[in-house]
Design a protein around this ligand. Sequence first.
Ligand SMILES: Nc1ncnc2c1ncn2[C@@H]1O[C@H](COP(=O)(O)OP(=O)(O)OP(=O)(O)O)[C@@H](O)[C@H]1O
Length: 262
Amino acid sequence: MVHLHDSRETSASARGPAEAARAVHLTKVYGEGETKVVALDAVSVAFRQSEFTAIMGPSGSGKSTLMHCVAGLDAVTHGSAYIGDTDLTKLGDKELTHLRRDKVGFVFQAFNLLPTLNALENITLPMDIAGRTPDRRWMEAVIESVGLSGRLHHRPGQLSGGQQQRVAVARALAARPEVVFADEPTGNLDSRAGAEVLGFLRNSVRDLGQTVVMVTHDPVAASYASRVIFLADGRIADEMHQPTAEAVLDRMKRFDAAGRTS
Ligand SMILES: Nc1ncnc2c1ncn2[C@@H]1O[C@H](COP(=O)(O)OP(=O)(O)OP(=O)(O)O)[C@@H](O)[C@H]1O
């Protein structure tokens, strides 16, 4: 296994743990008048570099909204969202597009691979479009940890669901982003393929120093993270470190008992 920690992390560790992304008193309101929904209510949370955080909570608690606002995919109503030191609320559309392209990696439930390109071409596509040359050592490390070296010239249709999602994760990592946001990355996978993808995400944090923030409904998926943030009614309700699936499930049951799920 190649160990290739990010030099940003080394320099940051001299200053204490650096934050790859954070929300500061972030409020997100959808609609107005009778249809007004406060999806996030003054949420403050930081995601440190080289940390794997899972965001959990009942349906409608604001998980996706938090991820979308911090990733610059959705506008903030009040407060701020940062990637590194950059306040996203101060950026125009074009700057935001560049920041998302250069600093953020995304993994969604649907793999979103291009069917006519092989695995390697899919992995390097965003960098090709941006006209950037991939860092060779980093790419080799990503491809080694993704465990697809024998399948790099296969097209998505020739790969299993789990392999396709691992290609999607490698694509998110290829540009060496500040942070990777994963939204239900195992939602379309059976438990074995899901475990492969989660293991790969965890390795990318451990071996490559990547920062990962993952929204999930699944306590087993959350147990791969080193930290779980629980949202309820648009607020941070709890936090757990070194979670086990059982402990996460127990915590989620207490939300059910409080009648907060829909
Ligand atoms: N585009 C939108 N317009 C209006 N309301 C929205 C919109 N997106 C989300 N909401 C509302 O904001 C609240 C939080 O939604 P969000 O999708 O963030 O929750 P979630 O925890 O991710 O839910 P789930 O687990 O069901 O995906 C919900 O009440 C939802 O109905």
